[in-house]
Design a binder for this molecule. Structure first.
Ligand code: FES
Ligand code: MG
Length: 571
């Protein structure tokens, strides 16, 4: 083993009472001393849970990681952290991302660990685990859980984005109850996370493009045996990373974040990516702002023809060559020399890859869509920024002026959106307030509001919709999200009224309400109070400390890094 002292030796190589206790209680698991003394000890941070269906196969995956760690001469210890499933958790899994990051950070620092393997999937476990690990900064590698197999419904390929279409069809009577029951059994038909380029897939691509995983981590389907091989090899590699002392801060440089932004643009990744990447950057101490997403990403065309911006699914993406094949196309746009968990320059992760299907992974010369990336809008409605994903929007709505139809909160929206008397037409702009980080703690994915039924009946499938909330990465439409400052902290959004004129100017990156500064100021004076704050528990902590979306919606006191040292003993 290396000459450098292992962090875990602070526990297991100790003399006296403390060392006695540390070792004795490892031996009670039937582990011989030579396994955990003087060997690198690797924590496998597992988000397995039967309440997180996307991660429910992680026990098997952890076993493959363990096999790799043992083989390379390390000793694995698996530990659970709180898991976050998108589908079951109320009010939104995002409320708990920062809580999980605290769980991860403290679990790593407090324990005798020399390195970490993060097992993550679904949307929020990936950023949560990386954020927590960044605040400790020991050698870390990520293994994602992989996506589901493509859904199959009556001869058609389907994925999570079809849920929005199914419900529009259900509203207009094109699908009935029986159709819906059949569809729900066909959609999520294997282990793994959503099979479109939603947030979970975007997070898996983020991991690979940041250099935090071995190549092909992003797209190998969850049930494919090669996912286990990748987990095994990642177990091998973390042991070497400890020997090399290759830490997160060595990999997560500003250039790595630029690569992730470039790749997210080219894959048509989720808008949630912005919030998560900003939060990760703030933990590792890299200066990244919301404007970087537009300046770095806006020259990048959409290369991947994947839902929700295109046609195909993650399984197809893998068979077409996966993320390495796409990154090879992007080579000239990437910082290709920076180091990754492999210990080698990024370019080595993709230079020998091949594309097997140009319909799915297109080229810079002939991209799937010239329009890609994330557009950051500014204006009197969003002084600190708002975002939209033009590749998932309707071209005819990108420059739009329309009358506001205002909903004060999600309950108001749900109550009135299908009211036949609602004064709304296809040129209206739907405005939803109080769904930001503080106003609806966790900032749920309600930004891609349903189109009113009476307009669906007329064949209208998209409208300009603006809010301070988020949208599922599987969602689409001309949807402006993450308005900052949010309504609940007194942003201009709070004072918008029915009939105000809203102007979306994609070309000039503007979102404005046509009101004078004086009118805005006077309405703000008369507006209702800020959001009610939960009186106790985590929701109270969250609401009193959460930052705005343009900063990553982390808790203000969690930014940065406290290192891996623990100076005081427990006994
Ligand atoms: Fe887990 Fe979509 S529900 S990724
Ligand atoms: Mg999602």
């Amino acid at each position: 083993m290396s000459e450098r002292k292992l962090r875990s030796e602070e526990w297991f190589a100790r003399t006296g009472k403390d060392g006695f206790i540390y070792r004795a209680w490892m031996k009670n698991q039937g582990i011989p001393e030579h396994e955990f003394k003087s060997k690198p000890i690797i924590g496998i941070c597992n988000t397995w849970s039967e309440l997180t269906p996307c991660n429910a196969h992680f026990k098997e995956l952890a076993q493959s990681v363990k096999n790799g760690i043992f083989e390379a001469g390390g000793f694995p210890v698996e530990f659970p952290v709180m898991s976050l499933g998108e589908t079951l958790m109320k009010p939104t899994a995002m409320l708990f991302r920062n809580l999980v990051s605290m769980d991860v950070e403290e679990s790593i620092r407090a324990n005798p660990l020399d390195g970490i393997v993060l097992l993550c999937g679904c949307d929020k476990t990936t950023p949560a685990l990386i954020m927590g690990a960044c605040s400790v900064d020991i050698p870390t590698i990520v293994v994602s859980g992989g996506s589901m197999l493509t859904g199959k419904f009556r001869g058609k390929d389907i994925g999570t984005s079809d849920i929005w279409r199914f419900f529009a069809d259900y509203q207009t009577g094109q699908m009935n109850d029986e159709d819906m029951y059949t569809a729900e059994a066909c959609l999520a038909r294997s282990q793994g996370h959503c099979a479109v380029m939603g947030t979970a897939s975007s997070m898996a691509c983020m991991v690979e493009s940041l250099g935090l995983s071995l190549p092909q981590n992003a797209a190998i389907p969850a049930p494919d045996s090669r996912r286990k091989v990748l987990a095994h090899l990642s177990g091998n590699r973390i042991v070497e990373m400890i020997r090399e002392d290759l830490k997160l801060s060595d990999i997560l440089t500003r250039k790595a974040f630029e690569n992730a932004i470039t790749v997210n643009a080219a894959i048509g990744g989720s808008t949630n990516f912005i919030i998560h990447l900003l939060a990760i950057a703030a933990r590792i101490g890299v200066d990244l702002t919301i404007d970087d997403f537009d300046t770095t990403g806006n020259q990048i065309p959409l290369l991947a023809n994947l839902q929700p911006s295109g046609k195909y699914f993650m399984e197809d993406f893998f068979y077409a060559g996966g993320l390495p094949a796409l990154m090879k196309e992007l080579h000239e746009k990437l910082n290709s020399g920076i180091i990754t968990v492999s210990g080698k320059p990024m370019a080595q992760n993709y230079e020998n890859s091949e594309c097997y299907n140009r319909d799915i992974i297109t080229t810079l010369d002939k991209p799937f869509n010239q329009v890609a990336g994330i557009t950051v809008l500014k204006g009197n409605l969003c002084k600190n920024g708002a975002v939209m994903k033009p590749s998932a929007a309707s071209v005819h709505l990108l420059q739009h002026i329309g009358k506001a139809v205002v909903f004060e909160n999600i309950e108001d929206f749900n109550k009135r959106i299908n009211d036949p008397q609602l004064d709304v037409d296809e040129n209206s702009v739907l405005v939803l307030k109080n769904v930001g980080p503080k106003g609806y703690p966790g900032m749920p994915e309600v930004g891609n509001m349903l189109i009113p039924k009476k307009l669906l009946d007329k064949g209208i499938t998209d409208m300009v919709r603006i809010s301070d909330g988020r949208m599922s990465g599987t969602g689409f439409g001309t949807v402006v999200l993450h308005i900052s400052p949010e309504a609940a902290v007194g942003g201009t959004l709070a004072i918008v009224q029915d009939g105000d004129i809203i102007e979306l100017d994609y070309r000039n990156r503007l979102l404005n309400v046509r009101l004078s500064d004086e009118e805005i100021a006077s309405r703000k004076l008369n507006r209702a109070d800020d959001a009610a704050i939960a009186l106790r528990g985590y929701a109270h902590l969250y609401q009193t400390h959460v930052e705005q979306a343009h900063l990553g919606a982390d808790l203000d006191f969690l930014k940065g890094n406290s290192g891996s040292k623990v100076l005081r003993d427990s006994h």
